[in-house]
Design a protein. Sequence first.
Length: 538
Amino acid sequence: MPGTDSTMKGMKPGFAPFVGALPLLGVLSALSGCTVGPNFTKPEAAIAKEWRTQGDPRLSTQSEVDTQWWKSFGDPSLDRLVEVAYRQNLPLQIAGLRIVEARAQLAILTGRQFPQVQVATGSAAAVGRSENSAGANLVDLANLGSIDRHYLEYQLGFDALWELDFWGKYRRGVESGAASLLGSVADYQSSLVSLTAEVARTYVLVRTFEVLIEQARENVRIQEEGFRIAESRFNNGVTSELDMTQAATLLESTRATIPQLEGGLEQARNALSTLLGQPTGAVEALLAGPKQIPVAPATVAVGMPAEILRRRPDVRSAELYAAAQCARIGIAESELYPSFSLFGTVGLQASTSGAASGNLFSLGSLAYSIGPRIVFPFLNYGRLKNGVRVEDARFQQLLVNYRNTVLKAGQEVADALTGFVNAQKAMAFQQAAVKAAQRSVELAVVQYREGAVDYQRVLDAQRSLLEQQNNLAQTSSSIATNLVALYKALGGGWEVRKSQPVVPEPMQSEMEQRTHWGDMLSKPRSQEAKTLSQPGKQ
């Protein structure tokens, strides 16, 4: 070919094999567009068409689920707690750091598509050959003298190796890394959902304990009055000592519940402090406000069952990790086929050995080795095929896990809906029971003072009042906690943080002092934004 001749004219003979290999290298590069292994498709999963409680006036399926659902309770203290938890919760920060780790890992996998080895080398060595080694007494014919056994050797060079992505191994690696990154983003969002729900649930628990304690103290006051009546009647010889001791028994047992409730309250506050990333005792100021159980809104938006596939981050996470594993099947399968690489070593080499001393930077010191290489592990097929089977079995596990995650998500929503609706139904009956119990206590005390009934009637009425009041508080708490569980099951709460950095700014500064991170700590990768706008598409 004329073009080749003109290129080679005047070139040292040693360059000819390299130039002759260029057409072959071009062919290999052009063919490196095949991708082995299965392509991921969104798995199917069974899900109900509608909720069993659909049609209840307290529920709405026509509107989107509230992304800031905790504000529907109208409780400023809860709003403050959620905001602080978003900023300071430590497990959430760990989940954010896993996203940063996955971003860096994806960058590594992306870089493997380019020359895998790019190394500059340099060495200087003093060499001493043994007198008894083979060739120790050879004669340097050019200089008519013995070869010097002691000399210095210098070398400068550059090594490169590029395995062509002929079968798509490295492309599959990038595909797997991108899906894993998005899976870590979904895990972070799932942590947000769980954190918001746990803060709200613990807050409801705190307020429930406060209400129970206040009710117990109020009943202590009522029972103290009953005890005084019984004591007065005994002292006046109207009744036996039994009435007074029975009144004391009920009074002291009620008093005994207060320290137990206070212990539960303190433990709930401690749990809340940990959720907020603060030491125990640090949440008192945040809990300022009325000591009442949060009241659920009149109507709750729950959407349709199919929407949980889009909203719930754990469902997306299960899908994305399955996609990442699907790509690993292709990576394993690519090992069954020959790999094609381009290698090259170019450098300068010289040594000082008697009269044969050379100049390292002269043209004569140039040394090189350049060409293509093929590796075909055909004798390892049994091991390699089983490697593919291992990855395929793991992929199938993740597909089943995805379907199970969807089923559990539907169950969690249905359970929370049932609990919420039935607790709402019980609320009216329980309020009526408390009113009746209060009236019973009033009547029993009046009748006992008049001598119309014995003290057992008063005891029964007071016990019933305390029980019904506690049941009312628990029912009110159950409405709130079931609503929290419902919003958690629906996957609400992560959207408000999707434009925020996953690593807090003080931590970004700390990490930047150790390592240069560029914009990885503050800005999402393009793959994150793309897939979050189109969940389930790879």
